[in-house]
Design a protein around this ligand. Structure first.
Ligand SMILES: [Zn+2]
Length: 235
């Protein structure tokens, strides 16, 4: 399974088009993807974004640096080019996409199933979740089962395939990369807690909720899987 993070592909594609302007430099320069103001007429006068491999205007370069100094960033999904774009690039066949908005909030309204050792229980449709920490060298994962495992090996393969692809992303290479990715792509955290973020995804049979905690010496990742439709023998 491939996983992409919204709107990385969109911005890289747009910048791939925009930067061609600098080959001939005729007419008006393209607009800064971050703020929408015109870019400088020379590529060398632009600033490289610290969150994605595109050039932005010098004002945005300074603003990124100042926000970063304060531990903040403007998420990429709030960039001008993304807010004003029409449709997003559709995910490729078989690709899951991480997005900052939950498209399955009904899951959290479900009655909860109490499981021994977990007094708050789990939403009825939750199959399992992975909890992992990064120790500075590698990820350590433990799985918790919330329901009977499905008999269909395809479903198990989907759970494993998503998780393996997730940890293989460059954004999960270490905690520093994860913190940067959270600031770039994830749902904005509550004001009082700037180290806990959410991302959401769908695979063919599951909704997936990622809770990401960028603090050291803590659990750094929870990856919850909810059935879209529980299999017949296990409703
Ligand atoms: Zn700008």
């Amino acid at each position: 399974m491939d996983i992409s993070i919204y709107p990385k592909k969109e911005l890289l594609a747009k910048w791939g088009e925009d930067r061609k302007w600098y080959e001939a430099a005729a007419g008006k320069p393209p607009r800064c993807l971050r703020c929408g103001k015109p870019l400088p007429p020379k590529l060398s006068l632009c600033a490289l974004s610290r969150y994605i491999d595109v050039q932005i205007c010098p004002g945005c370069g300074t603003e990124e640096a100042m926000l970063d100094w304060d531990g903040k960033a403007l998420p990429l999904w709030k960039w001008h080019a993304v807010l004003t774009a029409g449709a997003s690039v559709a995910p490729a066949e078989g690709e899951a996409r991480l997005v900052p908005v939950c498209g399955f909030s009904e899951v959290f309204e479900q009655p909860r199933r109490v499981v021994c050792g977990h007094p708050n229980g789990f939403p009825m449709s939750e199959l399992c979740y992975a909890r992992a920490d990064y120790d500075g060298y590698r990820w350590h994962t433990t799985w918790t089962r919330c329901r009977e495992l499905p008999k269909d090996a395809v479903l198990i393969g989907e759970v494993d395939g998503f998780y393996d692809a997730l940890l293989a992303l460059p954004e999960f290479e270490n905690l520093h990369a994860l913190a940067k990715a959270c600031k770039s792509y994830a749902e904005l955290p509550a004001a009082e807690d700037r180290s806990t973020y959410n991302l959401f995804a769908e695979t063919p049979h599951f909704y997936v909720w990622l809770r990401l905690i960028t603090r050291e010496r803590d659990y750094n990742l929870y990856c919850h899987y909810y059935y879209k439709e529980p299999p017949g023998e296990d409703r």
